[in-house]
Design a protein around this ligand. Structure first.
Ligand code: CA
Ligand code: CA
Ligand code: CA
Ligand code: ZN
Length: 298
């Protein structure tokens, strides 16, 4: 569970907010529910349905992060987007993917009321043809030089349709594993051609956002042949370049909410920043010591 960031123009400048964050988190924990995503890593040698036998992480991945740590942050991020009580299970691991495919989502089971995907399998390309940036710090995006918000009026007011980092430098010039993991988990939350709720929605090539969701009356355009958004910068666009990171835009979050009938949406999910908190807390507690030492010297 995460709290809502009320400063969409500065999604990552939260220096002031950390001070009261523990209080907000405590309040949120007592007042709200959230979806739960159980992510189960399938390690080398383990079987995962039609994906076959899981492999090791590709040796040419750079950055030093792990798929498991990146998935954990992606799970926290999507869990903070929806407040409805619901549990999704995701099994994932490294598997060879052919051609230009970097990741694949497959629906394993669906059902319930409202109708939702309940179990998913996700494969990340292991054969070395995708050179991954495995961010060792997926809770921040400091490896990218530029952040851009994209907006569009899809029929009910101007909404955010893209949250995109570009200019990945160093290791981040490669293909961002965090973005692909966020994208594939996004498929499991609604946008999947195997999901009957998506099939029912896609007949007119858009997702019709309905009340009680915000931006009710909007029509979010879909690709005609697959379960992706037909816009240039959303997370759920069909492909992503190297050196690019995308987070879920309002359009991504609303499309999945409409398909899966989530009614409690947070259009500004937080990327958790535990590492930053620890550093800040350490810095604050160290300050009096430094001052004391200086006082002794003088
Ligand atoms: Ca491949
Ligand atoms: Ca990072
Ligand atoms: Ca529709
Ligand atoms: Zn996709």
């Amino acid at each position: 569970m995460r709290t809502i960031n009320s400063t969409p123009s500065r999604p990552f400048g939260r220096l002031r907010e950390w001070v009261c964050a523990p209080l907000i988190v405590a309040l949120a924990a007592s007042c709200c529910q959230a979806i739960t995503i159980n992510a189960i890593y399938r390690g080398p040698g383990e079987l995962l349905g039609t994906f076959g036998t899981a492999q090791s992480a590709p040796a040419n991945a750079v950055g030093g992060g792990t798929l498991q740590a990146i998935m954990d942050v992606a799970v926290d991020y999507w869990e903070s987007a929806y407040g409805d009580p619901f549990t999704l299970t995701v099994q994932y691991g490294w598997f060879p993917r052919t051609g230009s495919t970097t990741g694949t989502h497959r629906l394993l089971s669906e059902g319930g009321t409202p109708h939702r995907e309940t179990s998913a399998a996700i494969a990340l390309d292991s054969d070395g043809s995708t050179i991954w940036f495995a961010d060792p710090t997926p809770t921040d995006s400091v490896e990218f030089s530029t952040y851009t918000d994209y907006t569009a009026d899809l029929g009910a007011g101007v909404m955010n349709v893209g949250r995109e980092f570009t200019g990945g430098f160093g290791h981040a010039a490669r293909h961002d594993l965090f973005t692909t993991v966020l994208h594939e988990v996004g498929h499991a939350l609604g946008l999947s051609s195997a999901n009957n709720a998506f099939v029912a929605e896609r007949g007119d090539n858009d997702v019709d956002v309905l009340s009680p969701l915000p931006f009710a009356g909007s029509q979010i355009p879909l690709n005609s042949g697959n379960a992706h958004l037909n816009m240039s910068h959303p997370l759920m666009r069909s492909s992503r370049g190297s050196g690019v990171r995308r987070l879920a835009s309002e359009a991504d979050i609303l499309a999945n909410a409409q398909i899966s009938q989530f009614t409690q949406v947070n259009l500004m999910p937080l990327v958790p920043e535990p590492a930053t908190w620890v550093l800040l807390a350490a810095g604050v507690s160290a300050l009096p010591l430094v001052r004391r030492r200086r006082a002794h010297r003088s």
